[in-house]
Design a protein around this ligand. Structure first.
Ligand SMILES: [Zn+2]
Length: 346
């Protein structure tokens, strides 16, 4: 079988994927036409510069062709500012699931920046209804399974995060699997969220953290110490053998996002990316897109990149796909069903 066909045929799960970062240029231009007004500034503590500018598809493509992490943050902000109504969230979710189907990504756990929605003073509940309508339609039309992870913004502080995690607990029976902390690792250390993570776990929520992306190994240690069950990015793990040893022993899944790290220049070149070293050292690696539209990638492209640049064999890729289901927050019987699909491949 040709490599692209094998990768396409492999049933895969995506565990590190942001709804806001999945808006392709056509969808974001459509949302911009719907919402061509600046965000209200009254309750809005989020910087609104440019939020009323009408974006064409070409504008979005330009916006997405940044060269560093700051440019990426600008693009992410421009996208979130144009996601405003329940209908917008429904459209974004449905289009995301349509693209997952094209990748044969049969299960996804999707981050939504609830922290940003609340920070700009919006009620989240109606938007969640839109997301769930999109998820229902997507599941019906494409047969994709999807769970939500409510993401708080580290540097907005623990009070803002408490609000996000309470919402996650409220909707736990409606496909919300867990919570996460994203944003600035230096300005929002994991220690701040220690008690909140404990409370969330007591409420039956699973725990994730972006860590070791812009921060050092100490940020990953801190995430582990507050109970994070999966580490988003984890680039800095490569600099700490003792940390690697602990993560291998505990088999803590690492949500690796190769293209993301290269486009934001957090990793200087593809040769320097630690994905293969992680895998060879026994870490539980999963491959993910992070923000596929903004990084011009897809889940199949990430697997192709792993094969072409890092010499992962077909058997290795099969193991990565297995990891993606094993590391998911699905109940055991659903995990087994997906894993069997991999076993049945010739
Ligand atoms: Zn991310």
């Amino acid at each position: 079988m040709k490599p692209e066909l094998f990768i396409q045929a492999l049933p895969k799960a995506e565990l590190h994927l942001h709804l806001e970062g999945s808006l392709d240029p056509a969808t974001l231009a459509e949302l911009s036409r719907r919402n061509n007004t600046p965000l209200p500034t009254e309750n809005n503590r989020y910087d609104t510069t440019g939020s009323g500018d009408l974006l064409s598809e070409a504008d979005v493509r330009r916006l997405y062709s940044y060269q560093d992490f700051t440019g990426f943050l600008m693009a992410f902000k421009a996208a979130t500012e144009r996601l405003r109504t329940p209908e917008d969230y429904e459209l974004a979710t449905y289009r995301l699931m349509q693209k997952l189907k094209q990748q044969n990504a049969v299960h996804a756990e999707v981050y939504v920046s609830v922290g940003v929605v609340r920070w700009r003073g919006q009620e989240f509940e109606p938007l969640f209804e839109g997301m769930e309508r999109g998820r229902d339609r997507g599941q019906r039309d494409f047969g994709i399974s999807l769970l939500w992870i409510f993401d708080a913004v580290r540097h907005f502080g623990p009070d803002a995060a408490a609000d996000v995690f309470d919402l996650a607990a409220k909707f736990r029976d409606r496909n919300v699997a867990g919570i996460g902390i994203g944003g600035d690792e230096q300005r929002g250390p994991a220690e701040w969220f220690h008690d909140l993570f404990k409370k969330a776990a007591d409420n039956g929520l699973r725990l994730t953290a972006h860590a070791g992306e812009t921060g050092g190994p100490e940020s990953v240690w801190a995430a582990l110490n507050i109970g994070a069950e999966r580490i988003g990015h984890g680039l800095a793990i490569a600099r700490d053998p003792e940390l690697t040893e602990v993560l291998v022993e505990k088999q803590v899944p690492i949500e690796v996002c190769i293209s993301s790290n290269l486009r934001t220049k957090l990793c200087a070149s593809v040769r320097e990316h630690p994905v293969k070293r992680f895998f060879d050292s026994g870490l539980m690696v999963t491959l993910n897109t992070d923000d596929p539209a903004m990084f011009q990638t897809s889940l199949c492209k990430e697997y192709e990149l792993a094969q072409q640049e890092f010499e992962f064999t077909d058997d290795h890729l099969r193991e990565l796909a297995r990891n993606s289901f094993e590391a998911s927050f699905l109940p055991v019987e659903k995990k087994l069903r997906f894993l069997q699909q991999i076993d049945f491949m010739v």
